[in-house]
Design a protein around this ligand. Structure first.
Ligand code: BV8
Length: 309
């Protein structure tokens, strides 16, 4: 990890950043879960974060889906539900505005919550590195190639409904009760494995099925650990980085920069001449990042509109 040597502490001076931003032409932003924290969505590693309450490698992998598609779908259905009920915050809106103002600005988002698209970010300048909760696609190594946008059904199938507590238990009370307990654990942020109820996985027939090939399940259109990022996204991003012109600035917003290859784009931008501005709630996380020129500590939803407008 390249530390910023003490005598080269990053600047916290907004005026110098704003002055530089005015002259910057090619700008890239790398976004993480911290950008959506103020919209009420939990981050991954932070207090109460999704990773703290479950082991991401247990849930955000193909193996987890194969092992228990019902558990995986409940995890993603719960996050779809939360994201659909969240709103883009002022940082999402400011980044969309910057993209409209500057066609040489590219946003690389690790977030799957759909908030940047809903903020009106020009789609051709927004690359969703890890896919989206609101795409569904045919599941299996080969699959039939079916992929569709689905940001309208919550839940995507009745079995994934978050049952209300006072709901009467119907004939399949065992299943409903189990789902209720598991979902309340999810909502409480408890670790699912802590529940000492032997929760039967959802019946395969109750899970979303591919309408095209009819036999495979549908899966969430996110990139799991161990999966490569979407080929079209990777080639668009590398084409942008390979343009001969230097990059003037990278904004690293609300990310712990621990997941690769996404986190590697900061160093790549620096190697193309970019100056680095980090916006993060945690100076500790910022210190572990590659050498940076500005560090603005605090909530992205407050800082980003201030420094971009
Ligand atoms: C791959 C979708 C090829 C699913 C996610 C080197 C090169 C290549 C690969 C690897 C490598 N080293 C290791 C790997 C493997 C792996 C990896 O990176 N592992 C990590 C754990 C070390 N990478 C992969 O598997 C990738 N695939 O490389 O393919 C390949 C294939 C096989 C083998 C090797 C290579 C695919 C990774 C994609 C995983 N999918 N999401 C889902 O969401 O369920 S990752 C997911 O977690 C997010 O998308 C995001 O990327 C990551 C979480 O990071 P953050 O967004 O940064 O969130 P976090 O909570 O960590 O931090 C929040 C930050 O915000 C904190 O700093 C906090 O202080 C700050 N903050 C909080 N509140 C605020 C705030 N800041 C401002 N304001 C606030 N209010």
């Amino acid at each position: 990890m390249n530390w910023t040597a003490p005598d080269e502490m990053p600047s916290t001076d907004v005026a110098s950043f704003v002055q530089y931003l005015q002259s910057a032409r090619r700008i890239v932003a790398l976004l993480g879960a911290g950008l959506s924290a103020s919209s009420g969505l939990p981050t991954f590693r932070g207090a109460g974060g999704l990773w703290r309450t479950y082991d991401a490698t247990r849930l955000a992998t193909p193996g987890a889906f194969k092992a228990d598609p019902g558990l995986s779908w409940q995890f993603y259905s719960y996050r779809r539900h939360m994201s659909l009920n969240a709103k883009p915050n002022r940082a999402h809106l400011a980044l969309a505005e910057l993209a409209r103002r500057n066609s040489n600005f590219l946003t690389l988002s690790q977030n799957v919550d759909g908030l940047s698209p809903r903020a009106g970010h020009p789609p051709e300048q927004l690359k969703l590195l890890h896919g989206s909760l609101f795409d569904v696609k045919c599941w299996d190594e080969h699959g039939c190639g079916y992929i569709r946008r689905n940001d309208f059904s919550d839940p995507i199938v009745p079995a994934l409904a978050l049952p209300t507590v006072d709901e009467g238990l119907s004939a399949d009370s065992q299943l409903k009760e189990a789902i209720r307990k598991k979902n309340h654990a999810l909502i409480r942020g408890a670790d699912i494995s802590d529940i000492n109820v032997n929760i039967p996985s959802l019946r395969r027939d109750d899970l979303p099925h591919c309408p095209q090939c009819k036999e495979n399940l549908l899966r969430p259109g996110v990139v799991w650990f161990g999966e490569t990022l979407p080929a079209d996204v990777l080639s668009d991003v590398s084409r942008w980085f390979q343009q001969p012109e230097n990059i003037d600035l990278i904004l690293v917003i609300g990310t712990s920069s621990r997941v690769y290859p996404a986190a590697g784009y900061t160093e790549m931008a620096r190697e193309k001449g970019a100056r680095v501005a980090v916006i993060n709630m945690d100076p500790g996380d910022a210190r572990e990042m590659t050498k940076h020129d500005w560090f603005f500590e605090g909530d992205a939803a407050t800082i980003v509109p201030e420094i971009l407008e």
